[in-house]
Design a binder for this molecule. Structure first.
Ligand SMILES: [Zn+2]
Length: 441
């Protein structure tokens, strides 16, 4: 067998607002090793595409690319619906997760915050938060509940709520719900006989080296709480209220929704809220729109900052996949870690950059990140999976993808953008549901 790949094919799937990338490391004509990074969507382009048929269609395409070798590894960067709901086994996404499970990934890689054991007693990478007295991981699970309630409120909006506020609350609320089916399938895939699960943090091993000879994988983020308190102390205009609410969310059912089976939807339907949690929902309902938005935005950013940041080194090329990591997650790797100088050197030489957070400016700050790539204008390749009109607002310069960033990407790098890919809008269309980027030595 070849000791290192001769090329890497990267497929960027059309999942609308979401991420789905298949990396195929080509060792020989008969030995291709496939790594799937994320599979989720919270909005599809056009009027005819439905998740219940589109997601299984993509899963089938992934299956056909993988062939008999199946999946070498599966990476779920963080728990947002637009990154993992394709792993769900429910009919809402056409049971696409069942097709993926059939590809028998040998490794399931997730951030440390998803470790189901850490979630119960938070021994390992977690530390109790003095403010909420709940562990960070339990806090994340509680956030899913708060998000579901906010989505629920927006689903039956009070008369004062504007259409644009309702849209934003629904979008953010629904992206932050627990995604129970996908989370359970990810756990099950990692527990399959012959497979292993890795929950990684900054500096830890990804577990991919043995499966991908000749490929080095650096885990740059997220830091765990012993490394950085920054991802916990997220900037928020009213952090006290936020943490109080988070404590309230955790108190709703004492434990996380997965272990209790308590779940409040966020699928647009009305949901039954257990009697002991009604006070909390009442309290949420008394907040004004701006406060609700502030909370759900903070939840959203906090979850983004649990994203795995992976950098693959292969035949001298550097491929960067940061999920939706925002600057608070990056800061540890680039400034505070003992290995920060090394991380900065790696970053400077990046050849392929998966644009963070669908082209949101908070994931690719100009000075903090973009200007650190030395190969801008010199062969840098970028990959963007996004869909306009779903998130943010041009008037407040928060639209995703951000127009100024898009312009930079187009003028200073070779951009592969899923916005350009039209699929399945007519029955005659037979084009592949993905764009292909091939990386060679
Ligand atoms: Zn995302």
């Amino acid at each position: 067998m070849a000791r290192r790949p001769s090329s890497v094919e990267i497929r960027a799937y059309q999942v609308g607002f979401g991420d789905c990338f298949l990396l195929s490391f080509v060792y020989s004509a008969s030995d291709r090793r496939h790594v799937l990074i994320d599979f989720g969507s919270t909005g599809l382009p056009g009027k005819t595409l439905k998740p219940s048929t589109h997601m299984p269609m993509i899963a089938e395409h992934i299956k056909s690319v993988c062939g008999a070798q199946g999946l070498t590894a599966l990476v779920a960067t963080h728990r947002h619906a637009d990154h993992i709901n394709g792993f769900g086994t429910e009919s809402s996404t056409g049971k696409s997760g069942t097709i993926i499970a059939g590809l028998k990934p040998r490794l399931v890689l997730q951030p440390w915050t998803e470790d189901p054991d850490a979630r119960r007693d938070a021994r390992k990478a977690t530390r109790d938060s003095s403010r909420s007295r709940k562990s960070f991981v339990a806090g994340l699970a509680a956030m899913n509940n708060v998000a579901a309630m906010i989505a629920d409120i927006a689903g039956n909006p009070p008369s004062w709520m504007s259409m644009s506020l309702q849209k934003e609350l629904l979008f953010l609320g629904q992206d932050n719900i627990a995604n129970k089916s996908a989370v359970q399938n990810l756990i099950a895939m990692g527990r399959r006989k012959g497979a292993s699960a890795v929950w990684a943090h900054h500096g830890s091993k990804a577990g991919l080296e043995a499966l991908l000879p000749g490929v080095k994988v650096h885990v740059l983020g997220p830091p765990d709480l012993t490394q950085s308190e920054k991802i916990r102390k997220q900037r928020s205009r009213d952090p006290d209220q936020f943490w109080q609410l988070l404590g309230g969310g955790a108190a709703l059912n004492g434990k996380n929704p997965l272990s209790t089976g308590v779940e409040w939807g966020g699928s647009g339907k009305s949901h039954r809220v257990p009697p002991e949690a009604r006070w909390f929902r009442d309290r949420l309902q008394r907040l004004n729109g701006q406060q609700l938005l502030e909370i759900v935005r903070t939840l959203d950013q906090q979850m983004n900052n649990t994203s795995l940041i992976l950098l693959f080194e292969v035949f001298g090329k550097k491929l960067l996949f940061p999920g939706d990591a925002q600057i608070e997650n990056w800061t540890y790797a680039l400034e505070d870690a003992p290995t920060a100088a090394k991380a900065r050197a790696l970053l400077a030489e990046v050849d392929v950059y998966k644009v963070g957070h669908h082209g949101s400016l908070n994931a690719t700050p100009k000075k903090g990140l973009w200007e650190k790539f030395r190969k801008r204008n010199k062969g840098l390749k970028t990959l963007l999976s996004t869909m306009p009109g779903k998130h943010g607002n041009p008037r407040s310069h928060t639209e995703v993808p951000r127009s100024t960033l898009l312009k930079e990407l187009e003028s200073r790098s070779a951009l592969t953008n899923t916005m350009k890919l039209k699929v399945g809008e007519t029955k005659k269309s037979k084009s592949a549901p993905c764009l292909l980027l091939t990386v060679k030595p």
